[in-house]
Design a protein around this ligand. Sequence first.
Ligand code: DPP
Ligand code: ZN
Length: 877
Amino acid sequence: PRTIYLKDYREPDYLIDRTQLRFELAEESTVVDSVLTLRRNPNAEPGPAELTLHGTELELLALEIDGQPVAQERRRISGETLHIEGVPDAFTLSCRTQIRPQENTSLEGLYKSSGMFCTQCEAEGFRKITYYLDRPDVMSEFEVEIVAERSRYPVLLSNGNLTVAEELEDGRHRTVWHDPFPKPAYLFALVAGDLSRVSDCFTTCSGREVDLHIYVEDKDLDKCDHAMTSLKNAMRWDEKVYGREYDLDIFNIVAVDDFNMGAMENKSLNIFNTSCVLAKPETTTDLGFQRVEGVVAHEYFHNWSGNRVTCRDWFQLSLKEGFTVFRDAQFSSDMGSATVKRVEDVSLLRTAQFAEDAGPMAHPIRPDSFIEISNFYTVTIYEKGAEVVRMLHTLLGPEDFRRGSDLYFERHDGQAVTCEDFVKAMEDASGRDLGQFRLWYSQAGTPRLKVAGYYDADSETYTLTVQQQCPPTPGQAEKAPMHIPLAVALLGEAGALRLELDGTPADPETSDNTQMVLDVTESEQRFVFNNIKEEPVPSLLRGFSAPVKLDYDYSRQQLLRLMRSDSDGFCRWDASQVLGVAEIRRAMTADADSYQVSEDLVDAFRALLSDDSLDKAMVALTLQLPSEAYLAEVIEPVDVHGIYRAREAVRYALAESLRDVLMACYRANTSDEVYRPEADQIAQRSLKNTALAYLMLCDDDECQGLAKAQFDSSQNMTDRLSALTALVHNLHPYHTEALWRFYQDWQHEPLVVNQWFQVQATNRQPGTLETVKELMAHPAFDIRNPNKVRALIGAFCAQNTVNFHQSDGAAYQFLADQVKQLDRSNPQIASRLLVPLTKWRKYLPGAQTLMKDALNSIMAVPELSSDVFEVVSKSLQ
Ligand code: DPP
Ligand code: ZN
């Protein structure tokens, strides 16, 4: 496998103005005819008149230039390319290829899922359909004709507008689609199948009517309402917040069972993993509903941030993904609870992304090189990328940020551009110097901020000293200081103090003048606040204003105060996390019998549970101790079993001390209202089910009866699944029967069966590896379906840390075996799955050796895909 470098980027030698495709879909093979209108790129470097097209696993049946067959000696197929010599400056290339979608298990290119044909072309899947310049800076106007048997494939879809639909002889029919917007091949899509649809329409801000359709299997028609509502909300929101209007008369979403990603933003024909579009209360949890809303919005927002303005090359992936994740996060905050959304996003970032940034695959949000681009659809590109855009929003303020985004869209509409173009637009629109800020795009690693506060009563000043430092990452030993927006407030006895920095009052943005965004730009810097009449508690990194690790040596008293009274919801929650980490550390060092939970923590939790004025969702989040994944980030080397035992000890102690308030909370939040997937109800269920998880740790009959009663009576999947989880994870006497009943009830709903797999795979009790192996033989399991692989194998390896790290290394070898097998059918999923093994350096020496053994056994397989090869080889370096 070959490494590709950003520094080697060159413009394409040829451009494709028009792409005409004709698909003849059939059971044994599919014939693809393409007619490409090519011309030499006026900006290309001078070179021979030779055209090199991408193509993999294609059977070439015919090739003509301007209607004349291309002689054998003028063309050469090698590896993944087709070279043609002596081509004119402008010409038409006609090409006929044959492919076998029904045998395509990689789920890239054209493939079959549950009897329907569908496509996934991002990043480089189009080359599995026909020979092409499969790179995002080649944008072309597409016309697509689809021919297929009517009875099996009554619905034939592609991008853009339908221009022809007609019956053919012998039971076949055809449609022709034209997309007026030039686009790269990765945004091409085709669907053919026996699908039903739900339709609606949307009137845009300029009064245009857009037809909206969601295509699903007939049995899923009752699960489309939420996605449709979310789509309309997203369309309205993008008009209001970003001034972006939809640009075609039709917008289609299609749901497919077998899909590597969550969803794909193909122009006007979004293709979705069923898990990200289908939802109804009986089958879908609150989390599922929120995911549907977020992903529908994300893909819709790509119509501007990704499609109208796309990426020049795949090193710029975060240009569209980081920006679009930021946009969908803003949308979700506006639709639900902003603080909850922020806490969830930060939790993901501080576990998965910080771990990636500290591991062997660390890369900047704009990487310098890769072997396989599919490996770079990462939490760094997406979530850290979104944090970088968020920092721009914080630094510029909402108005200048909007001016910047308007300028970006206006300047680059119809172009394939770079991250630099985005930053430049922000810079030009705001007049701010973003020179140093650009380092966020090129430097990997998580900066660490060490902050110290000093109060001088005589001069009435409070000084914050801020040091920044970023650890080395592969290929980047030294880092320059970054431009970090640090949002701060100073809390006095009666609330946040008015701020005045070296004589300059706080940002007028915050009407109360109590919050400031400090520009941290040097490796060490001091900020002096004047007129501070009492010693304050600093509230730092408010709203998590930058993706950094923060050290401040807070006293327990200060943390408890922040947790109680900081006006920033994120900081309140984060204070509780710091206290939780400290408690678990203490439990780790105490011996099992002598550990006693801290009284002040119990009091703080009791106060939360008893205060009706608080946001219930935030109370629920605060009551949950730091996750094992987060603990593994802050307690190194990671003693998985020690962390787990200590965390359990704290949970048991809290449950015991708080039993009665938890019970009261559980009862008070049990309601028989009709289910709505809305913030107030979601919050209430979340709090109730958090209380349930604690109460199940108490031994008495009343507590032990709760989960069974809830399981038997619940009317929605959120409550049912929480109850099932409580029963199974605590080995309640009823758990076997509950699992059986659950399966009986839902065996015909694949997405629910996946939840059933996941509950069992994440069980911390001993013996789970054997259960997982047994479940792989269950008739409902299918290794070719990525959702099932993720629900069972993925969940076990990535979330069930105590069992994945069982001391004999059996689970490491299990994962290695699965990766080897999957690599032959679906390299993208194989490579994704193996990530937990790559973190071997964090663990205790014994575990390290066994994890490396497992990696080496994968490395020893002769024909690894580039996907798996890249991840394994980099993690062993
Ligand atoms: N479908 C993926 C996403 O929307 C890749 N573009 O993020
Ligand atoms: Zn995306």
